[in-house]
Design a protein around this ligand. Structure first.
Ligand SMILES: [Zn+2]
Length: 351
């Protein structure tokens, strides 16, 4: 147990190298009036910041800071800030006062710990600024200023997203607006490697994502080695302009979708050429239209047989079969996990 009064004060105050001058209670047992705790910095006389010579104290000014509650009462920390002057009369250094950011950041009305507390409970726990202001017995703006001052570096920290090596852009339907349920789009900006959503910007055009990328620090942008995108030209332009060194990678979902669209077109064209009409219920190619679009490995043995037989019947020049093989080869390419592989993809059936 600590019994030395100075150490007791240090422990209660939680600040080292600080001298507790005294405690002032203007409330007369009214627990709502803040306790006023007077402190001053200890430590050596500072050297002159210009000539590095000796300084002397020109007295102190009182700075009132809002601190955390203590024993259920609001607290004001009254910092007796000493003013210092260079001893050398010819020195150009203007006078300066004590700075100790452990006590408070310059120009803020909250102590450092109170500002951290406010930032934490507002930013992380979602408490309102006004409830924190009530607790610390000060006005709304005082808390808000502190939360902005302490919170902004957290939000705008260039390391907030960490290193992103593969950046993905993807359009997403955001909501439908108004009577005609007009589609409103947004673009998701994603860290592809960790599958983390970094941000969402309005629209599915290139302007907003480009602005977003450009606003990131240069070092961050330089670390992006790959850009993944659907096949929309607008995103391709974003990468070309904002991250010209990133290698563009089309995302498999969109590419396979495109391959299936081409396969459908081929099937319809062949049907039309051979039968002279659009696909109907009994036409062989029409009957396997869904099987053609399915992933090969999902076909049962029976489905696989059906596909082979109906292709033979309806696709004399192997045009649909070729288109189908191209789609499956494309899918297989993405199945490789080892980028160093030199092996040829395994051969498909139906050839
Ligand atoms: Zn000096």
């Amino acid at each position: 147990m600590e019994q030395n009064p100075i150490r007791i004060a240090e422990i209660l105050l939680g600040l080292k190298d600080v001298n507790l001058i005294g405690v002032e209670d203007l409330g007369n047992e009214d627990s709502k009036t803040p306790l006023r705790v007077h402190i001053e910095c200890l430590g050596e006389r500072p050297k002159c910041p210009v000539c590095n010579g000796m300084s002397y104290s020109k007295g102190s000014s009182l700075v009132e800071l809002i601190d955390l509650q203590s024993f259920g009462r609001p607290v004001r920390l009254i910092w007796h800030k000493r003013r210092w002057v260079c001893k050398d009369e010819t020195c150009i250094a203007p006078s300066w006062s004590d700075v100790d950011t452990r006590i408070a950041a310059p120009r803020l009305k909250l102590t450092d710990r109170a500002a951290r507390f406010a930032t934490r409970v507002v930013g992380r726990d979602g408490r309102s600024v006004s409830s924190v202001a009530r607790e610390l017995d000060c006005d709304w703006h005082t808390i808000n200023d502190a939360v902005i001052a302490y919170g902004t570096p957290l939000v705008e920290d260039p390391n907030r997203f960490g290193k992103v090596r593969a950046l993905g852009l993807d359009e997403t339907l955001f909501y439908r607006e108004g009577r005609y349920r007009t589609q409103k789009w947004s673009t998701s900006i994603v860290d592809v490697m960790s599958a983390t959503l970094l941000d969402v910007v309005p629209g599915k055009g290139g302007a907003e994502p480009k602005k977003w990328i450009a606003s990131q620090p240069r070092e961050w942008r330089d670390m992006v080695k790959w850009g993944t995108l659907d096949l929309a030209g607008s995103y391709r332009a974003v990468f070309k302009e904002a991250l010209p060194n990133a290698v563009l990678v089309a995302d498999p979902f969109h590419l396979v979708k495109l391959a299936n669209t081409r396969l459908d077109e081929t099937r319809r064209r062949v049907q039309q050429n051979i039968l002279g009409h659009r696909g109907r219920g009994g036409d062989p190619l029409y009957r396997i239209r869904r099987l053609l679009n399915m992933a090969k490995e999902k076909l049962t043995e029976g489905a696989n047989d059906k596909l082979t037989r109906f292709l033979e019947a309806g696709d004399p020049d192997n045009e649909v079969a070729t288109s189908w093989r191209a789609k499956e080869s494309l899918r297989e390419l993405y199945a490789y996990r080892d980028p160093g592989t030199r092996q040829r993809p395994p051969r498909c059936s139906h050839q």
